[in-house]
Ligand binder design. Structure first.
Ligand code: GLN
Length: 236
């Protein structure tokens, strides 16, 4: 160990937003589990830092929590975007994803492109790239009215609304859409390719933590741990 930077704690407080299976969710006993939980733990194991207890927030509150020093790292399937990079930094990418359009299983409404969502009610979790797709591709062009754009604190509530017929379609990260499709009465209508990459969110200017996590990430890839964790949560 290099002893840290002038006596500051070498403990990292991780923050996440459960309700996004299989990346982070509460299991039947209420325990926080998932791919991100296992991956960040394995990554930090490879560094001189230690991981404190997880703090849970709604997705939209994670960046403010990071900026207010309530947490030190975000592990929440967060896409690296230029917008977010104006306020926070990211680790190297650790997972790729596109968006998927989720509809009630076996229903009459079977859209095959964003055009088919014109005039419908559509929803997403607040502050996500999925919500961004609805905003820029459907609401701004006028295909979906602002009043027909439903936002949710988390996707579990959104999926409930979809099952109950209160919203016609959701836009949500494809791997999570697939998990909900496996567990709930919903299905993927089509995938909308966005080429997103997830990174751990960090405060700007903390290059020590950033390099440590990037080196840890590389170590867990090389050791085969990354693949083990991926297989555990995604099968294969
Ligand atoms: N990847 C998406 C985003 O960054 C959704 C993340 C999430 O809902 N946890 O906006």
């Amino acid at each position: 160990s290099d002893g840290g930077d002038g006596g500051e704690s070498m403990e990292i407080v991780p923050g996440t937003a459960p309700g996004f299976p299989p990346f982070e969710f509460n299991d039947d006993s209420g325990e926080l589990v998932g791919f991100d939980i296992d991956l960040l733990s394995a990554v930090v194991e490879e560094t001189d830092y230690t991981l404190a207890d997880w703090e849970e927030f709604e997705f939209d509150s994670l960046i403010p929590a990071l900026q207010n020093d309530r947490i030190d790292v975000i592990a929440a399937a967060m896409t690296i975007t230029e917008d977010r990079q104006e306020t926070i930094a990211f680790s190297n990418p650790y997972y790729n994803a596109d968006q998927a359009i989720l509809v009630p299983a076996g229903g009459e409404f079977q859209p095959s492109s964003l055009d088919d969502l014109a005039g419908q009610t559509v929803g997403a979790q607040e502050g996500t790239t999925g919500a961004g797709v609805i905003e820029s591709e459907l609401v701004e062009p006028g295909d979906v009215q602002q009043s027909n754009f439903r936002t949710y604190g988390n996707y579990v509530l959104a999926v409930q609304d979809l099952e109950n017929g209160n919203v016609d379609a959701l836009v949500i990260d494809q791997p999570v859409a697939q998990t909900f499709a496996d567990q709930r009465d919903v299905e993927i209508a089509f995938v909308y390719e966005t080429g997103e990459r997830y990174g751990f969110g960090l405060r700007q200017g903390e290059s020590d933590v950033q390099s440590a996590l990037n080196e840890g990430l590389q170590a867990v890839r090389e050791s085969g741990q990354y693949e083990e964790i991926r297989n555990e949560w995604f099968g294969g």
